[in-house]
Every structure is written in structure tokens, then in C-alpha cells.
Design a binder for this molecule. Structure first.
Ligand code: PLP
Length: 512
């Protein structure tokens, strides 16, 4: 029997909703079957690498459907046409960009969140209490003071925007909310190490500071952290020119190589210069759960005025979920509280529960993202999550060791955390276009389904990059990845170079 997704519009009004399932038990059967299909896919994640989507966009024709189809058919299309064309980051050898894997527990949280359909913009209900609890947990983990507060966001990009708004209002006063930065006497400057994530410049564009107000500070080659001497010089020069330094952005886990600034030194420098310290800790924040030495990267994260980080990268929570933390929660209210009459809070009833999240950030209507975070922490605890994070750091170190042992490959940057950048040995690629070679190898391995690496530029060189935020990766996956890259390198190098690579040292041996 086929179950119409909704009642025909012509059916007489019997008091039931047109859009709710007309036959609940039939709907239930379809839902159970779909859940099984989802669980099957998760259980077989190892057999489901990324595959290029079909040219035919799934999901019906070009015009929106005028009439619905039976829900069984929709469920079939979801499983057959939609689910297989995923990003591929559920696969154990997905190391491209910085893509988290997603937890089985998250599937349960998403079902419950969809059922509750809570609006976490405000008012008095339990979903907001769960979000506050998640934020408090994070503040505690990162050593922020009692007064700290924050929000669950769609990711680090939005969290950065919110943090810079708070910084701007705190440093330049509440009047900037009315006037913007039109006061010509204000020329704010923000400082960050070379290679800061583009979300910082984007946030500055959005709030009207403009990306030219971002000063790129060189990295000290010895410490690997933002050069404090260069920072002092840049600030002195800017002040002498009548500009207004107001914010220093530190990085814990840089997107290209996983490098971290010395956050304690940055906190001291920010205090010395009277700057707001914001830290982009998109994935690095979670090194807090790892074993030494990796956790040292974020030892002083709690000294920042604001921190932006993601749940959808390292603690493996489903997309999308990130957070902003601010040392003093009131600064978020200063930056964002509104006074619209239709949103006024009351002392009792559903309109109670101040402060409302909509007064701490940009969005009014907000989904219950915090539930999948709460579920991840409740189901696995910080110990198991931390053990997987430690594993990922060890795997990056293992990848680096295999690269260094291979006759074809060399490291392109030191491995500090979970990111390994590597390349074909320069001595082997002299007569070729190494950038094109690296691009071709990355694309070939993506298309073959063996592994996903992305590329980045280090100096002049385009290199291969593995960012490991994957709780399904095993050591064998790391070995397989290096093997596959070496094989593709040999196949593409001019015969002579490939041969000299092989006689250069022991050929890469996957059994070691
Ligand atoms: C991913 C990332 C961002 C941006 O985070 P989104 O959640 O994608 O918005 C910012 N900084 C770093 C270091 C990142 O890795």
C-alpha cells in the first residue's frame, strides 16, 4: 500500500492536519526502515568513500513539485539518490581540508532535535538550558572564569564575527552600535600572525572595519609563534600614524600546518598594549583533551578575551556546530541586546528566561545545535573524545615519519598537531611541474576512493596536506595513504627520477 505524504487538498476537513501523516503506523514503518538505512551507511562508512555526484541533480525536476509523492518514495529517493552523494568525510581516509567525521550518537541527537523543533533564540525552555550547559562545560574545559558566557554557532566563522563585534563595542563604546565606524577619528587595527584564517578578514569586512585594517605579523622562525618584536613595532608605528590598535588575534591550530601561537605570551602582549585578545581555535581548542605534548598548545587559551572554535571538526560532532566564548558574558549583551517590543521578556511564563540567546549574538531564530554537542559529551565523555584526539595527533606524527622514511617524499612543514604537509622530494621533480604533479595525485586519489588529501601552498610550493580530525582512522589507514601517494608519484615521475628515488634509500615498505 502506498501512503500519501499528505492528505489530498480536496479531502473534507476532519480536524486533522493536512501535512501530518494520514496513516501514522505506515509512516512509522517508513521511518524505521529509513533509520536502518542510515545505520547501515554509518556501520559501513569504510566502504563509502567520496564519489563524484551524478550530473543529474537528485530531487525532482527544475520546478518545485506541485503535488507530493508517497513518503515511501521520498524515503527511497533519500537513500538511493541523496545519501550516497555525501562529502565523504565519514570515511576513515578522509584527510582533506579540516572535516570532522560525525558521531553515531549525533544521529540520535538530530532525531530528537528535529522532533522538538525548538527555537533557541529565546524564551523559557529546556533546549536553551542545554545550550547554556554546553557553553559552561566549554568555558570550564578551557579555563575561562565563572563570568564567561557564549553561544553555540554554526561554526568558527560566525563565532569570530560575534567575538569581533563584542571587542569593537568593548573597546570603542556602545555608541558604535548606533553610528557604526563612521566616526572618522576611529581607525581600528587588528593584528594576527601571517596565515590567519580568512574568517578573520571576512568578519572585519562584514563589520565595516575593512580587511586592510588587518595587520599581518610575521611568525618567529624559532618559536613558531607570532613575532612579539614585530608586533611591538607594528603597534608603535600604527599609533605614531594616528591609527587605533584594538585587537590581537591568536591562532591555536593554524589551518595550513596546525601551528599555534604562544597564547600566554600573546595574552601578556595584549595586556601590555591594551588590546582585546581573540583566539581562533577552530580545531586547536580540543587539543585541551589530548595528552602532552599536544595539549600544551592551548595551555593559556583561558586567558583570551574571546575564543572561537568548532564542534564539527575535532570532537567529531555533526555539521554544523561551533561556539564563541567571551570572558565576560555581559560584553555579548552590550554588543547585541535589542529592545524590540515584540521580543520583550517577562518575569514568568514562556517569555521569561533572560538573557535570551538572541541578545548575545546575531541570529534571532536558532536551531537546537547544542543537543548534538551535549549528546557527544554525555555519550562519550571527555576521556574517550580526548583519546581519539590524541590518536589523530599520533597518526599525524606517524604520517610524518613514513614520509621521511620514503624515498619519494619529504615533509613540507613541521608537524605540530594533527596536520601533515608533504611533497615529492624536490630533487625528484626538477624536470617536472611539481605543483601540477601534486594536484594530479590529490585528484586521482580522491577519484579512486583511496584517500582524500587536499593541497595548500607553503611559500612558493603547492604541497599535499592531511588534516586528521577523523575518529575512524587507524594506523593502517595512514600506511595505505603513504603507499598510495608513493605509487602515484612513481607512476608520474620521469622514469629516471623514479628510479633514482628508489635507489636513494629503501623503497617504502608498508609492512614496517
Ligand atoms: C575551519 C576553520 C575556521 C572556520 O571555521 P568554520 O566552522 O568553517 O566557519 C577558522 N579557523 C580555522 C583555523 C579553521 O580551521
Amino acid at each position: 500500500m502506498s501512503t500519501p505524504v499528505s492528505r489530498p487538498t480536496s479531502e473534507p476537513d476532519d480536524g486533522a492536519s493536512r501535512l501530518d501523516p494520514p496513516d501514522p503506523s505506515a509512516f512509522r514503518a517508513v521511518a524505521h526502515e529509513l533509520l536502518d538505512a542510515c545505520l547501515d551507511r554509518l556501520e559501513n562508512a569504510r566502504e563509502r568513500p567520496w564519489r563524484a555526484p551524478d550530473d543529474d541533480v537528485p530531487g525532482g525536476g527544475e520546478s518545485p513539485p506541485r503535488e507530493g509523492v508517497p513518503i515511501e518514495r521520498v524515503a527511497e529517493e533519500l537513500v538511493r539518490d541523496i545519501m550516497p552523494s555525501a562529502t565523504g568525510n565519514t570515511h576513515p581516509r578522509f584527510f582533506g581540508w579540516v572535516h570532522g567525521t560525525g558521531l553515531a550518537s549525533g544521529l540520535l541527537a538530530e532525531m530528537v532535535a528535529a522532533t522538538m523543533n525548538s527555537n533557541c533564540g529565546g524564551r523559557r525552555h529546556g533546549a536553551i538550558d542545554v545550550e547554556r550547559r554546553v557553553i559552561d562545560w566549554c568555558a570550564r574545559l578551557h579555563g575561562m572564569p565563572e563570568a564567561a558566557g557564549g553561544l553555540v554557532t554554526s561554526g568558527t566563522s560566525l563565532a569570530t564575527l560575534i567575538a569581533l563585534c563584542a571587542a569593537r563595542v568593548h573597546v570603542f563604546g556602545a555608541s558604535v552600535r548606533r553610528t557604526g565606524m563612521v566616526d572618522a577619528s576611529l581607525r581600528p587595527r587588528v593584528y594576527a600572525a601571517d596565515g590567519a584564517h580568512q574568517c578573520v578578514a571576512k568578519a572585519m569586512e562584514v563589520i565595516g572595519l575593512g580587511r586592510d585594517a588587518l595587520v599581518s605579523v610575521p611568525i618567529d622562525p624559532v618559536s613558531g609563534s607570532l613575532s612579539l618584536a614585530a608586533l611591538d613595532r607594528a603597534i608603535a608605528a600604527d599609533r605614531a600614524a594616528g591609527l587605533d590598535p584594538f585587537c590581537l588575534v591568536g591562532t591555536a591550530g593554524s589551518v595550513d600546518i596546525g601551528r599555534s601561537d604562544d597564547l600566554g605570551a600573546l595574552a601578556d602582549a595584549a595586556a601590555r598594549h591594551g588590546l582585546w585578545l581573540h583566539v581562533d581555535a577552530a580545531f586547536g581548542a580540543w587539543a585541551v583533551l589530548a595528552e602532552p605534548p599536544w595539549c600544551d598548545a592551548v595551555r593559556d587559551l583561558g586567558r583570551a578575551d574571546s575564543v572561537a572554535f568548532d564542534f564539527h571538526k575535532w570532537p567529531y560532532v555533526q555539521y554544523d556546530a561551533g561556539a564563541v566564548l567571551v570572558r565576560d558574558a555581559r560584553l555579548l549583551t552590550d554588543a547585541f541586546a535589542g529592545d524590540a517590543a515584540y521580543l520583550s521578556a517577562e518575569d514568568e511564563g514562556l517569555a521569561a528566561g533572560e538573557p535570551w540567546p538572541c541578545d548575545l549574538g546575531i541570529e534571532l531564530s536558532r536551531g537546537f545545535r547544542a543537543l548534538k554537542v551535549w549528546t557527544a559529551l554525555r555519550a562519550h565523555g571527555t576521556e574517550a573524545l580526548g583519546a581519539s584526539i590524541t590518536d589523530n595527533c599520533r597518526q599525524a606524527a606517524r604520517l610524518a615519519a613514513l614520509v621521511e622514511a620514503s624515498p619519494e617524499l619529504e615533509l613540507a612543514a613541521p608537524v605540530a598537531l594533527n596536520i601533515c604537509c608533504f611533497a615529492l622530494k624536490e630533487s625528484l621533480t626538477r624536470d617536472t611541474d611539481p605543483d601540477a604533479l601534486h594536484r594530479a595525485i590529490a585528484a586521482h586519489l580522491q577519484l579512486s576512493g583511496e584517500c582524500v588529501l587536499s593541497t595548500t601552498r607553503i611559500g612558493e610550493r603547492l604541497v599535499l596536506r592531511a588534516a586528521i580530525v577523523n575518529h575512524r582512522t587507524t594506523d593502517a589507514d595512514i600506511t595505505l595513504t603513504v603507499e598510495a601517494v608513493c605509487r602515484e608519484a612513481r607512476a608520474r615521475l620521469p622514469l629516471e627520477a623514479a628510479r633514482s628515488g628508489r635507489t636513494d634509500g629503501n623503497s617504502f615498505d608498508a609492512t614496517e
